[in-house]
Design a protein around this ligand. Structure first.
Ligand code: PLP
Length: 284
């Protein structure tokens, strides 16, 4: 693989960052994952905007402009012959001369930027056909989940808890209501209505979420943005998750309960189809 690091395109084995990098020492950094379909970027603009917001909330200076970012994404897709998968991007507060809790001066410590591609079967992912199972776990992340930081230890632990329980993923619960999945936004469908938690600092403002809710409304589907409990999910007709790399993926089991018929539901499948169609058309 050819990866990008601080201005250079290099074979992955030659790409290096400092041991003092604050991303490595303190999880002081943010990231984005933009999916690639037919060799083109899906909703690059949405990801670039959220990146800017994440950086702003943490006072990290971007080392590149949005135009440069687009060129780097495209160049990596080209150099790696990527037709389907994703581009991972990470920006950290850089590598000061020594480890210190206080932020370094951005004038003397430039941010670190790294991008690499990942090959993945997205549109035809087997899990989309069968649906996935989730377990519910307590949400023990910090209180600014709207910022897409590289602080992913708890979601990783959640994935491992799911694996240990024989499930595919975990839905996190706070004060009796589902926040989101370990790396996706969570939805249920009841009586034709799509229900998903409202935006706040409690969840990541998914780029796929925004597109899917817009498409649902355009298709005259009813949408309600509010929290829902695990009990409500157990009794729902359908459930699903959204993210840049899974698009819309049905959830057919939560803890021990089968949701609906235990197979992907009609509304989730329809949304997946509409989302993929539109993404292929609008990708750049
Ligand atoms: N929620 C969390 C916690 C995530 O990590 C992600 C994606 O990584 C999402 C939601 C979905 O966001 P997006 O649709 O922008 O990929």
């Amino acid at each position: 693989r050819i990866v990008y690091v601080n201005g250079d395109y290099l074979p992955e084995a030659e790409a290096k960052v400092s041991v003092f990098d604050r991303g490595f020492l303190m999880a002081d950094g943010v990231y984005e994952v933009t999916s690639v379909l037919d060799g083109k970027l899906v909703d690059f603009e949405g990801h670039a905007k959220r990146l800017e917001r994440s950086l702003g909330e943490l006072d990290i200076v971007s080392p590149v402009t949005t135009d440069e970012l687009l060129s780097i994404h495209r160049e990596l897709v080209k150099r790696n012959d990527l037709t389907e998968g994703g581009v991972y991007l990470q920006i950290t507060r850089g590598a000061p001369a020594d480890r210190d809790f206080a932020f370094p001066d951005p004038e003397t410590t430039p941010s670190t930027i790294v991008l690499f591609t990942q090959v993945k079967n997205l549109a035809d992912a087997p899990a989309a056909r069968t649906g996935i199972s989730v377990i519910s776990i307590e949400d023990r992340r910090w209180a600014r989940r709207d910022i897409k930081t590289v602080q992913l230890l708890y979601p990783s632990m959640g994935k491992m808890m799911a694996k240990a329980a024989g499930a595919d993923d975990a839905w996190m619960v706070e004060d009796g209501l589902v926040t989101e999945g370990t790396s996706n936004n969570a939805y249920i469908v009841k009586g034709g209505k799509i229900i998903t938690r409202q935006l706040s600092n409690d969840i990541l403002h998914g780029i796929t979420r925004a597109a899917v809710l817009r498409l649902a409304k355009e298709a005259q589907m009813e949408v309600e943005e509010r929290g829902f409990s695990v009990e409500e999910a157990r009794e729902a007709d359908e459930a699903f998750v959204t993210s840049a790399t899974t698009f819309v993926q049905s959830v057919v089991k939560i803890d021990e309960a089968t949701i609906g018929e235990g197979t992907p539901g009609r509304i989730a499948l329809r949304l997946r189809e509409i989302y993929i169609d539109e993404s292929r058309k609008k990708a750049i």
